[in-house]
Design a protein around this ligand. Structure first.
Ligand code: GLC
Length: 624
């Protein structure tokens, strides 16, 4: 008896064969003889460029424009995709199917795909998702440390393995395209997206970004490039998203000359060399010109000087910001600036009709449309979508969050921890005879340790947000039987222990919702720290944050201080270094300021801790 999965596979395959002209095609059946001969674009043995040219030559203007829009999953149906010839669909942050399981993700994407394959030419969709620290929308997926922690780890090989593991988990849900990695080098940590940047130093971004692109996509010279377990990456947000005045999200870049901007373009150049096939444009503007409408940056620099041959995608309703309130003018300027694929979650029908009218009026050239569609089709062929449009159900069955991936994530957590203070070598703790009290609600909460872009767009401080190990659970797991670990969520009953491990930090946030005028610890955290201080128990403070925070007034009371960043689901990686099973090796990839004046005035020469700072313990056993 064929399993449900095999039956589904057989059904999908027959839909595919029928739609590709092998038998009666649903919808408009081409009447001419060409329907009988296999068209070149359907021949995987031919060069991609030949297939692209053949397919483009067969397409109507409407079919071309359909390839240039990417609606949100909740605002489009498989029938819409068939009727309008839609070329791509996305899940924005937290936009998940009713049942958040790999199977239902794969079923959802395959249903959209069936609609695409029933179109006249059977052009498959490419489905995109923000897998920015693992496949973070999916329940049970491995959640890796956010990029600020990976910048502190600064390990190319680790980045590659994280990319490979993430790609496998994305494929396990039937998806072949992610909007990652971010290549920003944030210069003002007031920005809510600081944690999505590896470092303030573009050179570190240039080292790590290409590595994760290789992990996600595979080797451009190999047959499995973008295929099999590999997926298409997106380098973002081009360019200058982290350079805005005051760190304002989607703000204006005014303090950088074109020459200085080149330093921030370099990571894109390096990632393109590593094979990146999609670039997302930044919401921000340069000297008042929204980059979504910047012909010089997109066409002359990105496509010209950098020689980028993949496709350029807008950000979520990004083009409409060019001329607020004037949809037509905004779309016109953005297409003519060089954007190829438009992430228009809801107003996608308006995009189709507006773009058709712009072309018919001669305000957008057919050459520009052909360039956009050529780039989109090129990546779809490279991504193997014409040959494998549906989910690989064997991969789906393997599911997400497997032990090997969690081991990689735990290694990343270990390597990302930065030891900033260690008085009297209180660390590493003796794992076999310590009487420790772990303090604070953030010590036992997957939501706090994962931050934004986790299950939902903004993340949420839920203890069991998704499957993982909290910092407290990790300490309990790693500590030896001779140790005594107690937990105090509110800071009570602290006295009489060898040491208190106090976990403080930020509430989860994403994008502009994380923009801050002030970066001091919350009063709640300060009160907790004062409780512990009053007990006289030695304090080891762990900070869960998406950026350096102002601890100048408090740190004197602490015996040890570790920047833990946003470690994700594998909290045990922190215990690994606290107990000395592994040595601390993280180094700050951002300058740690003393006060807000230093943040606001970009003062780097007199910080609390300089970029590159990070201690080792004197007695760590040297495991890396
Ligand atoms: C968001 C972000 C971008 C993300 C996109 C899709 O607004 O700016 O990084 O990839 O929309 O969720």
């Amino acid at each position: 008896m064929a399993s449900k999965t095999n039956l589904r596979k057989k059904l999908l395959a027959s839909v595919m064969l029928v739609s590709l002209g092998f038998g009666t095609t649903l919808g408009n059946t081409p009447s001419d003889a060409s329907a009988q001969k296999t068209p070149s674009y359907q021949n995987p043995g031919l060069d991609v460029e030949v297939r692209v040219a053949d397919l483009l030559s067969r397409m109507t203007l409407e079919e071309k424009i359909g390839q240039m829009v990417q609606p949100e999953r909740f605002s489009v149906t498989p029938e819409d995709i068939q009727h309008y010839g839609i070329g791509s669909v996305l899940s924005g942050g937290g936009s998940v199917p009713d049942e958040n399981t790999p199977e239902s993700w794969a079923d959802m994407v395959d249903d959209f795909q069936q609609g695409a394959l029933r179109t006249r030419l059977g052009i498959p969709i490419i489905y995109g998702v923000d897998a920015v620290h693992g496949h973070n929308n999916v329940q049970g997926a491995t959640i890796f440390p956010h990029n600020i922690g990976l910048g502190a780890a600064n390990d190319r090989d680790l980045m590659k393995r994280i990319g490979e593991a993430t790609a496998e988990e994305v494929r396990a849900t039937g998806i072949s395209y992610t909007f990652a990695p971010t290549l920003a080098a944030p210069q003002n940590i007031r920005w809510g997206r600081t944690y999505e940047g590896y470092s303030e130093k573009p050179q570190i971004v240039s080292k790590l970004g290409p590595a994760i692109v290789e992990g996600l996509q595979g080797d451009p010279k190999k047959r499995d490039f973008l295929k099999g377990n590999h997926i298409t990456s997106t380098i973002k947000h081009f360019v200058g998203d982290g350079l805005t005045e005051g760190g304002k999200d989607q703000g204006n870049v005014t303090e950088y000359t074109e020459e200085e901007l080149k330093k921030h373009i370099k990571p894109y150049k390096d990632a393109i060399k590593a094979g990146a096939r999609s670039v997302m444009i930044t919401y921000s503007s340069i000297n008042g010109l929204k980059t979504h409408g910047d012909y010089h940056m997109i066409t002359e620099v990105l496509k010209g000087e950098l020689g980028f041959t993949g496709f350029v995608i807008s950000d979520y309703n990004g083009p409409q910001q060019i001329v607020p309130g004037d949809f037509r003018e905004s779309i016109k300027r953005s297409i003519n600036a060089g954007v190829d694929l438009f992430m228009i979650p809801n107003d996608w029908k308006r995009f189709l009709s507006t773009t058709k009218e712009l072309v018919e009026n001669g305000e957008v050239s057919t050459n520009r449309i052909d360039d956009a569609v050529t780039r989109i089709l090129r990546v779809k062929f490279e991504n193997g979508l014409f040959e494998e449009p549906f989910a690989d159900r064997d991969l789906v069955a393997e599911g997400v969050g497997n032990a090997d991936h969690r081991d990689i994530a735990r290694e990343a957590v270990r390597k990302s921890q930065v030891l900033l203070k260690n008085n009297n070598n209180i660390l590493p703790l003796d794992k076999n005879s310590s009487d420790l009290v772990v303090v604070g609600k953030k010590a036992d909460n997957i939501g706090y340790q994962s931050g934004g872009w986790t299950i939902s767009w903004q993340g949420s401080p839920q203890k069991d947000l998704t499957e993982g190990t909290t910092i407290l659970e990790g300490i309990q797991e790693v500590a030896g039987t001779g140790s005594e670990i107690t937990y105090s969520e509110d800071g009570s009953n602290i006295s009489g222990h060898d040491a208190a491990i106090v976990v403080v930090g930020e509430e989860p946030y994403a994008e502009g919702q994380g923009d801050r005028e002030d970066l001091h610890l919350s009063q709640e955290d300060i009160d907790l720290l004062n409780e512990v201080k009053a007990s006289g128990t030695p304090m080891i403070v762990l900070l869960l944050s998406g950026r350096p925070m102002l601890v100048t007034d408090e740190i004197a009371d602490w015996d040890a201080f570790v920047a833990s960043w946003l470690p994700g689901t594998e909290g045990a990686g922190i215990a690994d270094v606290l107990f000395g099973d592994y040595e601390f090796q993280g180094k700050l990839s951002y300058t740690w300021p003393k006060n807000m004046e230093q943040v606001n005035n970009h003062v780097k020469n007199d910080p609390l801790f300089r970029l590159g700072y990070g201690l080792k313990t004197k007695v760590g056993n040297g495991n890396q």
